[in-house]
Design a protein around this ligand. Structure first.
Ligand SMILES: Nc1ncnc2c1ncn2[C@@H]1O[C@H](COP(=O)(O)OP(=O)(O)OP(=O)(O)O)[C@@H](O)[C@H]1O
Ligand SMILES: [Mg+2]
Length: 242
């Protein structure tokens, strides 16, 4: 049986970031991510994990790409590089809003909304009925008692679980998670991560997780992308592929 067409396909995708006399270059020679796959971007701090996630979230413009496409549904892939080249921010925003959930490294919850309102936000923007769904996700993530609090009244781990619920509530095809268990003690980090993996597997969502300290042992069903750093004069080049 032929492999399912990838959700993402990147070929020679490049993003450069300069500052302080040095240049960081992220290079993705070739990357394919299949529907429902769970993928980890593992590498040290500063190696470009958030940069790559931001490009996969359609939130950061690449500098170069031979190919960069997204196929969230059973139809032709969308040429993201073309959308960026035409500065079609509406088109990119619509794809992002409908098909992508993002657990940001910094949390990203809106401080003036309650946990319940934060979780329901993407559904509200898309006109989906979130009734029942918020409670269901909250129960799975053990934050039912916290739903009427604002983010400032929650513990760090509770905030991270609210951010996970928010990224999953509109049933996206892809969920991107940037260090989703950072700043939580190791025991809670493992609990939150196991829950997150269980939820994405049950919903068949494709997940791409950035982690600087992902466990060295293989996790069944999780693919760790290959990564290498090269130095070239004052350019630090970080490569991810797979
Ligand atoms: N806006 C920016 N301008 C210039 N350089 C930047 C910018 N954002 C990030 N960088 C640089 O790009 C490189 C990659 O940063 P990035 O945030 O992607 O790393 P990371 O792997 O997510 O690190 P961490 O594990 O600490 O979150 C770093 O060298 C960083 O200093
Ligand atoms: Mg980061």
């Amino acid at each position: 049986m032929a492999a399912a067409p990838p959700v993402y396909r990147c070929q020679e995708l490049v993003k450069r970031r300069a500052g302080g006399g040095t240049t960081f270059e992220l290079l993705v020679p070739e990357l394919r991510i299949a529907p429902g796959e769970v993928v980890v971007l593992r590498g040290p701090s500063g190696c470009g994990k958030s940069t790559l996630l931001d490009m996969l979230a359609l939130a950061l413009r690449p500098d170069q790409a031979k190919g960069f496409s997204f196929r969230p549904e059973q139809r032709d892939a969308t040429d993201l590089w073309r959308l960026w080249a035409h500065s079609d921010l509406d088109g990119l925003g619509q794809l992002r809003g409908r098909h992508i959930g993002y657990v940001l490294q910094t949390g990203g919850l809106l401080s003036f909304l309650t946990a319940r309102e934060n979780i329901a936000l993407s559904c509200r923007l898309l006109g989906y009925d979130a009734r029942g769904l918020v409670e269901q996700l909250a129960e799975r993530l053990d934050i039912s008692a916290q739903l009427d609090k604002r983010p400032g009244q929650l513990s760090v781990g509770e905030r991270q679980r609210v951010a996970i619920a928010r990224a999953l509530a509109h049933r996206p095809v892809v969920v991107l998670a940037d260090e989703p268990t950072a700043s939580v003690d190791p025991l809670n980090a493992k609990r939150i991560l196991d829950l997150f993996l269980e939820l994405v597997r049950q919903s068949g969502t494709c997940a791409i997780i950035a982690s600087h300290d992902w466990q060295p042992e293989p996790t069944p069903g999780v693919r760790i992308l290959d990564h290498r750093i090269e130095r070239d004069g004052n350019i630090t080049r970080s490569l991810f592929w797979g």
